[in-house]
Structure formats: structure tokens, C-alpha cells
Design a protein around this ligand. Structure first.
Ligand code: SAM
Length: 265
């Protein structure tokens, strides 16, 4: 994917492609992040949204002006150094800066591709250690990403707002952050200073149950205590998938985690 994103689901699509429906009207993805499923599925018409404003601004720029974005990021990648990284990070955190060039440069060179903000809303991830393959893309790749985004509506909003777009026959893919009680999973939850809470998950389940009669819905989440309790076996199907996950970006942080898939079709 063009953006490195914690909790990215490229692995899910590659390994379990068959779980995704092939016929539907609009594709709706309210927790878009790195958009792995969308970029693999390439639906004809899509509503894509995320609560992270800088991420969505980045996709809007990628859609509208891929050449300018590619040239800007490529230039920064070529002159990359630790000093440059911190100077750009300061500029990016200036409230008047809306630069998608800075967003992607920081995303490709930061520690472990994590997007994390402090309480003041400042991006605070340190520089990554790897010096090579920060940027395996060409202009052609950018044009292809832009092409894939042409028929999409990109919106910076909360999932509750995004779900108002759902109509009869649509497919909704919901991949919310994990809510977990153990501290070590925090990197999956803090995408933007706000933490996705248990009550958010409850509201998500409420919305999914409200829409289940008219849309195809797939939810992926950490298979933890309680997640499936919001869904009845009569109306929903369940699958649990084991997946190796990197926590905290360290080798010793590797763990098998179970991902729950909950769907109604
Ligand atoms: C697990 S990630 C999605 C990863 C994505 N499926 C991928 O493959 O890259 C969850 C996303 O939800 C977003 N998010 C968190 N809280 C949200 C909310 N209340 N409404 C909408 N998006 C939210 C985060 O910014 C993050 O991008």
C-alpha cells in the first residue's frame, strides 16, 4: 500500500479473498487507514472515510494531483537524513501546514510506519532506522493509485457519519481499531490522539445491526472477550483467523493474534 498503516489488512485480503463479496452497489469503508482492502478489490464506486484528517487530505491530493505529490516526496526521500526528518516533522506539526508531501515522507521514513499524535495533536513518531527501500514507488504507481481513487468520495469523518451514506445493496467493510485492555496493544489504538473505546465499539455493533437487513457487512476486529457478544448467531457468521502481528515494532514483539471476522452474507 502507498501508506504504511498499523493494523493494515493486506494480509487478510491476500489470504482470505473469498470472504469478500463480488457483487454489491457501493463500497463503503469508514475506517479507511491504509485502504488495503479497497486497493486490492478496486470497486467501481466507493465512499472512503477516516477520522484522521491529514490521512484523508493526503488521499484527496493523491487523487487530484499524483504527479506533484510524487515529485515532492521523491525529492525529500532522496535527501533524507535524521535532521531533515525532524525539521519536516516540525513543519508538518505547524497548524497551518496541510502538506500531503510531508505526510507521506514522514509515513515512509518514520519508525515502523506508525501514525501517532500526542495530546496536542502533534505527530510525534521518531525517525525510523532503515535507510533503504523507503519508497518503492514510481510515478506510474502514483498514477495508478490516483486512477483507483477517481470514482470515490473521500471524507474526513467519524464512522457514525460515514454510515449515513449506506443504501440498499451496498457493501460495508468495517475495520475499527482494536480496543484492548492490555497496554502493549496501544500502538493499534492511538492513530490520532483519540482512543477508540468500548462504547464506540458498542455503537458500531448497533449500527451494523441496524443496517444488516439492507447491506452486506464485514467486520474485522481483534478476537477478544466480548466482541462477538453484540452479534447473534442467527443473523451473523463468524470466523477466527490466526495472524502473526508485530507489536511495538520489535522482533520480540511478534505475536500470534486472532482476528475475528463477523459478516452477514
Ligand atoms: C485498523 S485501522 C484500519 C486499517 C485499514 N483497514 C488498512 O488496511 O490499512 C483503523 C482506522 O480507523 C480510524 N479511526 C479511529 N477511530 C475512528 C472513528 N471514530 N471513526 C472513523 N475512523 C476512525 C483510524 O484513524 C485508523 O485509520
Amino acid at each position: 500500500m502507498i501508506v504504511k498503516w498499523a493494523g493494515g489488512k493486506n494480509w487478510l485480503y491476500k489470504k482470505h479473498k473469498n470472504i469478500f463479496p463480488t457483487s454489491y452497489n457501493n463500497y463503503i469503508e469508514p475506517f479507511f487507514g491504509g485502504g488495503s482492502v479497497f486497493f486490492n478489490m478496486f470497486p467501481k464506486k466507493a465512499y472512503l472515510s477516516d477520522v484522521n484528517e491529514k490521512l484523508i487530505n493526503f488521499y484527496i491530493d493523491l487523487k487530484n494531483d499524483p504527479e506533484k505529490l510524487f515529485q515532492g516526496v521523491n525529492r525529500l526521500i532522496e535527501s533524507h537524513s535524521d535532521d531533515q526528518y525532524y525539521a519536516i516533522r516540525d513543519k508538518f506539526n505547524n497548524p497551518r501546514s496541510t502538506s500531503s508531501v510531508y505526510f507521506l515522507y514522514l509515513n515512509r521514513t518514520c519508525f515502523n510506519g506508525i501514525y501517532r499524535e500526542n495530546r496536542k495533536g502533534e505527530f510525534n513518531v521518531p525517525v525510523g532506522r532503515r535507510k533503504s527501500s523507503y519508497f518503492p514507488f514510481t510515478m506510474k504507481d502514483f498514477l495508478q493509485f490516483s486512477f483507483q481513487l477517481k470514482n470515490t468520495n473521500l471524507e474526513n469523518c467519524d464512522f457514525r457519519e460515514a454510515l449515513k451514506r449506506a443504501k440498499e445493496g451496498d457493501f460495508i467493510y468495517l475495520d475499527p481499531p482494536y480496543i484492548e485492555f492490555e497496554k502493549e496493544y496501544d500502538s493499534f489504538r492511538r492513530y490520532n490522539g483519540l482512543v477508540f473505546s468500548k462504547s464506540d465499539l458498542e455503537e458500531l455493533a448497533f449500527e451494523a445491526n441496524r443496517l444488516k437487513g439492507k447491506c452486506k457487512i464485514l467486520i474485522s476486529n481483534f478476537d477478544q472477550r466480548g466482541v462477538k457478544d453484540y452479534f447473534t448467531e442467527k443473523e451473523w457468521k463468524f470466523k477466527s483467523i490466526k495472524q502473526m502481528t508485530y507489536l511495538s515494532g520489535k522482533r520480540e514483539g511478534r505475536k500470534y493474534m486472532n482476528e475475528a471476522l463477523i459478516y452477514n452474507y
